[in-house]
Design a protein around this ligand. Structure first.
Ligand code: DON
Length: 303
């Protein structure tokens, strides 16, 4: 397959959409990103990588980190995590508080902020360092030891993180956090603030395409758990746009307000597209357009 040609076409499809998006404004450190930036990379299950545009330019992965935190929490702690977080689409914005009260502090799924805070808390209990665990995993899977947390972004998130603090305190009031709220928030902001590029993120996603097997051949997740994580990505990974994303792209995927979207094609590989301009829901307009074009023109699909 001519991956280079497919990626070039996907970039061309995305370019007219870039002006329609706006960088995340509620985290000031992300607001200055150039909405004209665009990068895209695919990594096959064998570790072959192709890219186009700004695919080697690091960006803030934000909520894409939630998928790695979930996989690591399941690896270290097993299925008991599902007693503390559900796996239903929320149909609400990623930072919404409204369902938590009626649902006794148990978040709808691990990819909205409330769910990711619970996952981060579990990973912190299991490893002693949730942010560091995600960072180490990304370094190992991408083969890029220089990957780091962007301290300015983490500080900006913390300074403007009233909603996440509210979510965490509210869940703590229901007994659904094991660690002090401030520690959970710090680890959550740390893994959201990791910077890496499309090349490294696509490689880091391939463990899910290999049904749970890491780059070094060891197993992070059993085949069933890898299937389950992919299923939750498909149904919940893009929040209240998950239905539209499934319709347009048709792949398990996770977006972040840094403008990245990482999509998984089980058995084939992972694709990462990035452009900082977001739609009203918080998903990258350019990345979405590029992924839609890519799956329309290639046989990288689950359907
Ligand atoms: O907690 C937040 O709001 C951000 N650190 C992450 C949100 C995010 O990326 C939502 N994704 N589209």
């Amino acid at each position: 397959m001519d991956y280079a040609a497919l990626l070039t076409r996907a970039r061309e499809a995305a370019l007219p959409a870039l002006d329609r998006g706006r960088p995340a404004g509620y985290i000031p450190a992300l607001a200055c990103a150039d909405p004209r930036s665009f990068g895209m990379a695919l990594a096959t299950v064998d570790g072959e990588v192709h890219g186009v545009g700004d695919w080697r330019k690091p960006f803030s992965i934000q909520s894409i980190s939630k998928l790695f935190a979930l996989a690591l929490a399941l690896h270290h702690g097993g299925p008991s995590l599902w007693r503390r977080v559900n796996r239903e689409p929320s149909g609400n914005p990623f930072n919404s508080l409204i369902q938590l009260e009626a649902e006794q502090g148990v978040p709808r799924n691990p990819f909205i902020n409330a769910g990711a805070l619970v996952v981060t808390d579990a990973l912190l209990s299991l490893t002693g360092d949730a942010g560091g665990s995600v960072l180490d995993f990304l370094r190992a899977e991408s083969g890029s030891p220089g990957i780091a947390i962007d301290g300015d972004v983490a500080a900006s998130e913390a300074e403007h993180g009233h909603r996440n603090a509210a979510l965490a305190h509210f869940m703590a009031s229901f007994g659904n956090l094991e660690n002090p709220v401030e520690e959970v928030l710090a680890h959550y902001f740390a893994h959201c603030s990791i910077s890496l590029d499309c090349h490294d993120l696509a490689l880091a996603g391939t463990f899910l395409a290999r049904h749970g097997i890491r780059a070094d051949g060891s197993r992070l997740l059993g085949r069933s758990d890898a299937k389950r994580v992919n299923a939750v990505l498909l149904t919940c990974g893009t929040y209240d746009a998950a239905g539209d994303f499934a319709y347009r792209v048709g792949l398990p995927g996770k977006s972040g307000v840094g403008g990245g979207i990482l999509a998984i094609v089980p058995g084939r590989g992972a694709v990462c597209a990035w452009s900082p301009g977001l739609d009203a829901i918080g998903n990258s307009v350019g990345a979405l357009a590029a992924l839609e074009d890519f799956t329309e023109r290639s046989d990288w699909s689950v359907f």
